[in-house]
Design a protein around this ligand. Structure first.
Ligand code: AQP
Length: 334
């Protein structure tokens, strides 16, 4: 059976791009694959944050994942830091990667540019090696992610191949599983549609958070930046020339299971497109929010799911870590 693995950071509130780009595929894959999903709390340490907030955001994210449709009977859901093999193998991969290739990662360039390279945490530079470890530990065949993770997946493949070449066949080389163009793989910020929507962005008006109430969702989508075209073909899918409109078409198409061109054919003006997109998002999120409220009232049940998930994840990951340590030449404990 195909094995899949993916993770989400407990940084800020989950947003629509996380859902359309990744979580939707995670939920679908539970029926066709042996699926491992984790809240990657160690990745959250790469940027400044508060300890109590991190604990609470980790629980919130796990609860949200269950509310969105992950079923502990059909997937393994766990918290990354509950499985020590992740940091163990991350070090082996840091010693496989080069400083130069880490510096070329777009996320490093973007995020370190904010506060300057001097202040950026070393973990921010190194975390693609941790992400590679997350994946190879589970012998994952496929990794369902949004388009922004394409470069990190390429690096994971490179590191796995390099390790295998240097030390002998150890890791499976995974493939990324990214939604097709126009199917939610890159949801853009509603206010700055040339930038991807992001949990931790400083543009809350451009981000639809999964916990937003219907009024906020409608307001944000109705105020989404479009353009000044008003001709008969103003509503068309052209991400380069019309990023704002194309983003709305992408969102509505993904939710309703059509292509952006099919959706565009139904509109001549932006107002009705925005109104229908807002309604579709509200309808999509309402049941998730209701289920979240139920689950959040019983944190002990969520903790139990995470404990069981960590147990299964540990079994698989510890075996891979032992294999990798042996391959690289670490002396097994007596
Ligand atoms: N805008 C997006 N469109 C489609 N997919 C997206 N993803 C994130 N943003 C979009 C996908 O969501 C999954 C989980 O993301 P993550 O938590 O690992 O971190 P990220 O990619 O850096 O996402 P954010 O929301 O932008 O988080 P912060 O602000 O913390 O950096 C991934 O599969 C990602 O591709």
């Amino acid at each position: 059976m195909t094995r899949v693995l993916s993770g989400i950071q407990p940084t800020g509130q989950p947003q629509l791009g996380n859902y359309l780009g990744a979580l939707r595929s995670w939920i679908a894959l539970q029926d066709s694959a042996d699926a491992f999903y984790c809240v990657v709390d160690l990745h959250a340490l790469t940027v400044p944050g508060d300890a109590a907030e991190l604990r609470s955001a980790t629980m919130t994210m796990a609860t949200l994942l269950l509310a969105a449709g992950l079923d502990p009977d059909r997937c393994t859901l766990f918290v990354q830091s509950h499985v020590p093999a992740h940091t163990q193998v991350a070090w082996l991969l840091e010693c496989t990667a080069s400083f130069g290739e880490m510096r070329r990662m777009t996320q490093w360039k973007d995020k370190s540019a904010k506060g300057g390279e001097e202040a950026a945490r070393l973990g921010l530079l190194a975390y693609p090696a941790l992400m590679a470890a997350d994946i190879v530990l589970y012998d994952a065949d496929r990794v369902p992610v949004g388009d922004d993770q394409r470069q990190h997946l390429e690096l994971t493949r490179t590191l796995a191949e390099r390790f295998n070449h240097r030390y002998g066949q150890t890791f499976k080389v995974p493939d990324a599983l990214i939604p097709a163009r126009g199917q939610g793989g890159r949801v853009m910020d509603l206010q700055e549609p040339t930038r991807k929507m992001s949990k931790s962005s400083d543009s809350p008006q451009g981000t639809v958070f999964l916990f937003d109430d219907p009024k906020d969702i409608e307001r944000k989508i109705k105020r989404a930046v479009t353009d000044a075209d008003d001709g008969p073909d103003a509503v068309r899918y052209d991400p380069a020339a019309k990023p704002g409109v194309s983003n709305l078409l992408d969102i509505l198409a993904t939710i309703t299971g059509r292509t952006p061109d099919q959706v565009a054919a139904g509109y001549t003006r932006y107002g009705p497109l925005k109104a229908d997109t807002a309604s579709a998002v509200v309808e999509l999120l309402a049941p998730i929010q209701a289920r979240y409220r139920e689950l959040a009232s019983d944190p002990a049940s969520v903790a139990k799911v995470l404990r069981a998930g960590a147990e299964r994840a540990n079994e698989v990951a510890a075996a891979t870590a032992a294999r990798a340590e042996a391959a690289i030449g670490l002396l097994p404990p007596g």
